[in-house]
Design a protein around this ligand. Sequence first.
Ligand code: ATP
Length: 260
Amino acid sequence: MTKTKIPKTHPRAKSLQVREKVNEGYSEGIMTEQGLIAHGRGEAFDYLLGEITISEATVAIKVAAATLLISKNPIISVNGNVATLTPKEVVKLAKNVGAKIEVNLFHRTLEREKAIMKKLKSFGAKNVLGIGKEAAFEMNGLESSRRWMDPNGIMVSDTVLVPLEDGDRTAELRKAGKTVITIDLNPLSRTAQTASLTIVDNIVRAMPLLLEETKKLKNIENDILKDMIKRFDNKVNLGKSLSYIIKRLEKDSVIRVNAQ
Ligand code: ATP
């Protein structure tokens, strides 16, 4: 694989560094071509956000941390993009909130599952669920390979963190009574719209912040965390995230028109 040196002074250095990681994930057999396309869709929305963590995302991250901490059986569902972009944070977050980790793929092969498990283990994961025949249970209502669940993982969990998810599965997880937390740059995606809690941010920014937030909230009483969660309205927050993009575009187009 050819590695390109990104000059630190390049105006899009961060985004290009992430692309290098994506390239690596693809070469390691962790990401698929379809994953590359999904990443591109994410980049487009990140451009609209101005490639920053907006205040609505910061609030959602705090509530997500509280939700994971009060959950009895939380789990992080990992796909190729997540394992490529934030493997270290997945492992650390799981340890911090006592969550399990399960691999769940749309384009499912044993080789990819094993490559993802290897990556997560290289960052200290002890147990990675959902590999091969272990994912023996089917989720109702889904036809894609994402329907396969580990009986000790997602199936028995109460809260599922599913970054970069597809909408069908989010809806089915909700129907199964689970609290679904997602990280998705597109506030219009079906996942963003159907999750219990949506963080509209790039996973590479959101995961480290989520990790930090769980550290801060770890010793806070459950009643206080529950109150925080009760006061949060996901639909309102999602609407504000979309408004942020619209206002930013309006402002930007005014600048461009005036400059002509
Ligand atoms: P849905 O089924 O929910 O409508 P979709 O079909 O648009 O979603 P997929 O292709 O399944 O989406 O998954 C990609 C999703 O992940 C997109 O919504 C994209 O914006 C988002 N995404 C891609 N890269 C990132 C990233 N680095 N951080 C956060 N979100 C991302």
